[in-house]
Design a protein around this ligand. Sequence first.
Ligand SMILES: Nc1ncnc2c1ncn2[C@@H]1O[C@H](COP(=O)(O)OP(=O)(O)OP(=O)(O)O)[C@@H](O)[C@H]1O
Length: 612
Amino acid sequence: MLKGLSEPFWHKRAVVQEVMAKEAVPGRKKEKAKDWRRTLQQIWSYLAREKGRLWLVLFMVVLSSILGLLGPFLIGRAIDHYIITKENSGLLRLLAGLLAIYILNSGALWLQNYWMIGIAQNTVFSMRTQLFRHLHKLPIPFFDQRQYGEIMSRVINDIENVSSTLNSSVIQIFSSVLTLLGTIGFMLWLSPLLTAVTLVIVPVMFLGMRWITSRTGRLFKEQQRNLGELNGYIEETVSGQRIVKAFSQEERVIAELLAKNDKLKESGFWAQTYSGFIPKLMNVLNNVSFALIAGAGGVLALKGMVTIGTIVIFGEYSRQFTRPLNDLSNQFNTLLSAVAGAERVFEVLDEEEETKDEEGNEDLDDVHGEIEFKDVSFSYEEGGNTVNDISFHASPGETVALVGPTGAGKTTIINLLSRFYDANSGSILVDGREITGIKRKALREHMGFVLQDPFLFEGTIMENIRYGRLDASDEEVREAAKEANAHSFIAKLANGYETMVEQDGSGISQGQKQLLSIARAILANPVILVLDEATSSIDTITEMKIQEALQRLMEGKTSFIIAHRLNTIQKADQILVLKDGGILERGSHEKLLKQKGFYSELYHSQLQREIG
Ligand SMILES: Nc1ncnc2c1ncn2[C@@H]1O[C@H](COP(=O)(O)OP(=O)(O)OP(=O)(O)O)[C@@H](O)[C@H]1O
């Protein structure tokens, strides 16, 4: 059942998507296997746009790594040449040099961060813009097959993850690698023997880290997935609060949330615990390494093979050596979750746009509104049979009412006409032209929707009506409101057309929303109109106003009414009675009554209910 509004295509779609996503049977996709290389290449394609600044960052990282290595080296020299020999002036000179190195190093660190943050922000800005733009070009089935919260999580969390990783991890990883290589180089130059002693712990470190990261990768992925699910659930239940309350489902909803929350807690706990082992392990190994260097260094120093300064340098370097390894493993975890997030973003970007098959398709000018369905069959799922062999013809300006029990396929016929979905077989013609040969946007621009639960944006009433046609003047908006019987209630509001309405339309009654929605459609003046009749009961006077405004709106337009109350469609040129996806009966109200079939039965039972 369609609910929503009557406004430009992109917004109509958003609402229809939202509603359909809730109502559809969700055929959710399985997570694809991770493709690291491809994802990193895709991230690089964004980063490459910032090559200039990346070079600067690179230069600063190299500089700060060299300066970082130089510090301990000079301290060692100070011990050997000036402290042991008690040469004060040389020591002062060296200390001044050290000070300069530390200041320069701080400057280099600050600059590399400054530039990298700029790069990260620009990259994420382009990603977010591209993702949002792309989302609006995706076909309805994409939204039908996913939870609203899951999509939100990709746009918000995953992108944020990429951003923070680019901000910090990239530099860290890079400088860690450089520091590692530099440290090993310096150590080898100073004393290959002590270097060998220092490196003894590396295999242990490596094995320990591998053991831990093999677990954390999987756990972080699980944590991310559980977080997405939980967010989706919270979004859904908060937006569906009314329904939750109406059906007294609070306890069940809370229980389900608890279960999801528990899953997240569990995966989060293990992901954090395992990754928390890394610094502890490093610490222990660091101390072991320090002890080894002190012991072996002492023996070598006694034999005159190394100086005291060299032992001090090695002590410092061994720390400098394990720190980058430690950083690398920490950053590796962040990187893991960011790449997983980025991959989820790219998965959306990889989805084909709705217009993929529109090459060579035509625009649609001068539409008269003749619609024909020829043997149209369609199913949402493979092998299914949602609508079957539908054929009908509507001349320009005619009104076609679609009636039938719930799930009969009424909305599906509208989905096919608006090309939210494409028929599996048969053809749909507008003014004699196959709609598959027409650009979707062009087709939908000629269509207007007045749906049963119109969507209002946060903004003034004037702005809300103007969604029907963005270039309409204030006067035209007022005229449309008058024709829609909305003017009188708007005029009574404290700020008239400038009254602010909330996104959920609170403060405005359901009937008034309908009238605003009709005003939008009047302003848009489409050739083809889709009306989804409200099922909720509206007071008789507003109902009359709505019916009158609808009659005015429908004048001269080819209109499709998804009707729930049969007394409102008696004037329709043709009524299609749908059942189980097929047309069971067709004709005018009188003809169908005379037939004494399904329609007549439905009509009389409704009449009975209304009288009774
Ligand atoms: N996006 C979707 N994915 C899968 N199945 C769907 C989807 N939308 C609808 N269906 C199924 O297709 C069938 C026809 O649905 P449709 O919404 O067209 O019925 P309807 O006549 O408009 O019903 P109602 O009066 O309740 O709105 C139903 O069985 C429904 O469950």
